[in-house]
Design a protein around this ligand. Structure first.
Ligand code: CTP
Ligand code: MG
Length: 598
């Protein structure tokens, strides 16, 4: 368990089984399929009707035709009997098919809407939520709703019809015998309720335990490299064993509950049937009742229990569906915090004149991580940001790309406040190479083309050549069509970086943001990357969080950040001469690079 505490909250079903507001919103997804719902309802009537007809036909056959020796009548009823079952077959098929159609299509549109909404939500939303929980919204929770629509609702309708029908027919056929048969109902209901609650708890436990198994598994798989290098295999196996064992025990508890209660329900059912046999049989002997009626009663009672149990189930299905709805709509109600302001402009192409004016920002508004930042970058200028870890360098560029909005002050590009620019316009002209390069599974070419899908192969190759990635890509087994593996796992760090440079270059952005990775690469790749960088930065306004001496030295301006403030600014030579923080950083971080010959 340990880290996976959130596994509980996502599985905890709320106590609400019906919430009209949620249902109303859900209906928006269901109602468009009303034709199929109508068809399914008609089929449902067929299923219920044919279910009810069977025992009645038995009674007719026995009392009216067998008792009187009417062979033609008997033939007719026998044929009718098989016919009702054929009707039942066809209608059951239609009912299941149409309702699955409705359920699956609802699921499809819900997932589609949820996904596109999730894509629009900002960094802030993702900062505070584990990916696993968000994923379960799109998979498990949507599934719970589909179960209600496809299974639950239709079955509920047909169950109610069947139950009502059976009770009515029994009462009409023989009121006394009917009342005697109903004597077992209180016991049945009581058992069903007790059983239902126990089983529900047992299965909830099973779901929590299997979620823990999944969470442990997932973490162990993604962390397998670290685990092996720290020789944690045995310890992790023990931890997994524990969750795995708990899962086994939970399943066994659920299974034994089932194996106790199912036969018990059958026993109560048998008691009901023996009551009918005993009481009805006596009346048959006394001549006040026919054999056919007794047979029909037994047959009806046998058909009584399944719908009754199904109805017990519907409450659970509704409860989980409501809980799922609540979580899904909560996400849909989360407004993306970064949106186009009404009247936001799209000035076409930008020149790349950037200014920060008294910008103060914190991921948590009460805890600023940037204080009163002022800076200016002229079009085409190269600005290097340096400073100790946690100083706020990444935060500054997060603001420039408008992944967050500042709490105070403003950021201006070509005279436009970022918040007055269309988000799309801004992002289209900003190229970003993040600190941790993210490649998507797919081929090398897919990854280079990621931001410009209509790029031709020639353009892709030209971009790769420009950053010096062409050579190694050519040498790969399938060249540009080589798959890179999940997150680019099949490439070296340096290769990943070069590919992400090519990706940024292909977009030809006006403003380039580069969060240099700290990871050291071999001297050869280092030279490659340096050259690639020069090419990448040519003629663009660029902000570079630099860890390489060469990048810093070639910058037009160096800003030294410390604890959320710009503490020094100037060129390499000026700052060295000042003997301040930059000079210190230079001594510690950059000096050895010079010695190493870079
Ligand atoms: N921070 C935060 N919430 C985030 C990201 C960062 O509260 N989602 C905080 C960090 O704890 C840090 C501060 O913001 O104290 C600045 O972080 P950042 O700008 O990422 O620091 P960098 O200067 O980029 O540090 P590094 O060189 O290690 O990348
Ligand atoms: Mg950073």
């Amino acid at each position: 368990m340990g880290f996976h505490g959130h596994g509980h909250s996502m599985l905890e079903d709320g106590p609400v089984a019906y919430d009209s507001e949620l249902v109303r919103r859900l209906m928006k997804y269901v109602v468009p399929h009303w034709r199929y719902i109508l068809l399914a309802s008609i089929m449902t009537l067929g299923v219920a009707g044919s279910n009810l007809a069977g025992p009645y036909l038995l009674k007719v056959a026995i009392d009216r035709y067998i008792a009187t020796g009417n062979l033609w009548g008997l033939n007719g009823v026998a044929a009718l009997y098989i016919l009702t079952h054929l009707v039942n077959w066809v209608c059951s098929y239609g009912q299941t098919y149409y309702m699955s159609w409705v359920g699956q299509n609802t699921l499809y549109s819900l997932r589609r809407d949820l996904f596109s909404h999730l894509q629009r939500l900002g960094f802030k939303f993702y900062d505070s939520r584990p990916a696993g929980v968000i994923m379960s919204r799109v998979t498990n929770d949507v599934q719970a709703i589909q179960e209600l629509i496809s299974g639950g609702l239709v079955h509920m309708i047909s169950d109610v019809i069947v139950l009502g029908g059976i009770v009515t027919i029994m009462l009409l056929m023989n009121t006394r015998l009917a009342l005697v048969s109903f004597l077992v109902l209180p016991f049945l209901t009581y058992t069903a309720i007790v059983f239902r609650n126990r089983v529900r708890r047992a299965y909830r436990d099973v779901r929590v335990k299997i979620a823990n198994v999944n969470a442990t598994l997932q973490e162990s798989i993604s962390g397998v490299r670290v685990a092996q290098s720290f020789v944690r295999e045995d310890l992790n196996a023990q931890r997994f064993d524990q969750t795995n064992l708990e899962n086994l025990q939970a399943n066994m508890r659920a299974a034994s509950l089932f194996s106790v209660f199912m036969p018990l329900v059958d026993c109560i059912g048998a008691a009901g049937i023996s009551l009918i046999l005993w009481y009805g049989g006596r009346q048959v002997m006394a001549g006040t009742l026919t054999v056919g009626v007794v047979e029909a009663f037994i047959s009806y009672l046998e058909r009584f229990y399944r719908p009754l149990q199904d109805l017990g189930q519907i409450y659970n299905t509704m409860q989980s569906a409501m809980a799922a709805c609540e979580k899904i709509f909560a996400i849909m109600d989360t407004e993306p915090e970064i949106t186009d302001r009404p009247g936001a402009v799209d000035p076409g192409s930008l020149k790349g004149h950037v200014r920060f004016e008294n910008v103060t920002f914190g991921y948590d508004p009460d805890r600023p991580v940037l204080h009163d930042i002022n800076l200016e970058a002229l079009p085409g200028e190269r600005v290097a940001l340096v400073g100790p870890t946690g100083a706020g360098k990444t935060s500054i560029i997060n603001l420039l790309a408008r992944f967050y909005d500042p709490q105070r002050g403003r950021i201006v590009v070509d005279g436009h406040d970022l918040r007055d620019l269309k988000v799309e316009c801004l992002r289209k002209q900003i190229g970003i190479v993040l600190q941790d390069t993210f490649l998507f599974s797919g081929t090398v070419k897919d990854n280079i083309k990621y931001g410009k899908l209509d790029a031709t192969d020639e353009e892709v190759i030209a971009a790769a050549k420009a950053v010096g990635a062409h050579e190694f890509i050519e040498k790969m087994p399938q060249g540009y069509d080589t798959p890179v593996g999940e997150r680019g796992a099949m490439l070296s760090i340096g290769q990943r970086q070069l590919i992400s440079f090519a990706r940024a270059l292909l977009r030809d952005p006006r403003i380039l943001i580069l969060d240099e990775a700290t990871s050291s690469v071999d001297a050869y790749t280092e030279v490659l990357i340096q050259r690639a960088l020069e090419k990448l930065l040519e003629g663009r306004t660029s902000f570079i969080i630099a860890h390489r001496l060469s990048t810093v030295r070639n910058a037009d301006k160096i800003l030294v950040i410390d604890q959320g403030r710009i503490v020094e600014r100037g060129t390499h030579a000026e700052l060295l001469a000042r003997g301040g923080l930059y000079a210190q950083l230079y001594e510690m971080q950059f000096r050895y690079q010079e010695v190493a010959g870079n």
